[in-house]
Write a new protein. Sequence first.
Length: 367
Amino acid sequence: MGYVNDNRIVMTLHAGGTNFVFSAIQAGEEIIEPFSVSSCSYDLKSCLNSLSSGFRKVCSLLPQDPVAISFAFPGPADYENGVIGDLPNFPSFRGGVALKAFLEEKFCIPVYINNDGNLFAYGEALAGALPYVNSCLESVGSNRRYKNLLGITFGTGFGAGVVIDKVLLSGDNGCGGDVWLARNGCYPNMIAEESVSIRAVKRVYEQFAGLEDSDLTPKNIFEIADGKMDGNKNAAVKSFQEFGKVAGMTIAGALNIVDGIVVLGGGITGAVNYFMPSLLEELRGNLFSFSGDSFPVLQMDVFDLSNQQEFDSFLSDEDELIKVPDSDRYIPYRKVKKTGILVSSLGTSKAIALGAYTFALTQLDKS
């Protein structure tokens, strides 16, 4: 990734609706052990205090002064001006909080705020999934390389980010990659996030298990599905199946525009074995025309890169040589279009931190 020899230090944060994860990066590496504190998202004073005290603790652990603060915050927001507001997962911020200016006054260094899905994708594109996939292709002698990435985060909400040839797609309004409010494929009047989130897994489990207001978490429901905890196993499996189905529908729509590698992050990826089958079923499905013609949902074949047999097939080249008319030359023809989907090996927080770090230094170097 860029800036691997840069000694400047950037303080970073992964701001989720449940926890804040603080870190600091120098030369592309985390230089402190990340730590988390409660985000206190329902109380503004407590939330701002968590942010300030967290960054003060980071400062106390650093060998030199940081040059910037850069972090991810759930969207939507006015990221350019650093105003956060009207977030479902941060009710205390509704109406707008000038978070960038607040922190710049507290710490007297530039502050950069971006969408968590965007920075997750940026980190994976520069230091995670994308270079990993391309290095694997290079190792088998393939001349295929991927430049684009769709990063998806599964957690309190349903996030995403898009990187096109190393450039983060923010959008004119800071809304690039916002998949959470896509139309829900199972409930057309609902947003996709109502089926792709922590609350969605719990809601569907309770629906099929005949429960109300249980204290179960997605981890508990995963353990029920896995037979490691008492409960309604059928309901647990169905909760992840619906999750995967709606996630797959939404990702398919995004992939038809982005056309790149897909990397998944967030705590719910721990249940990937239960939601991936229905997700892949949607990505590999078909749609029809009124004349009865069948078309694949995606023009490219989708490979599950966590499956070694599928990964091997993904890496293999199936190019044909096509003769140039009236010539002795032959041109390679990539007849089979391919993309892959995999779970982050960096981990969501680290990928976001690396994305935030690079974003900050890029912005500083522009100024």
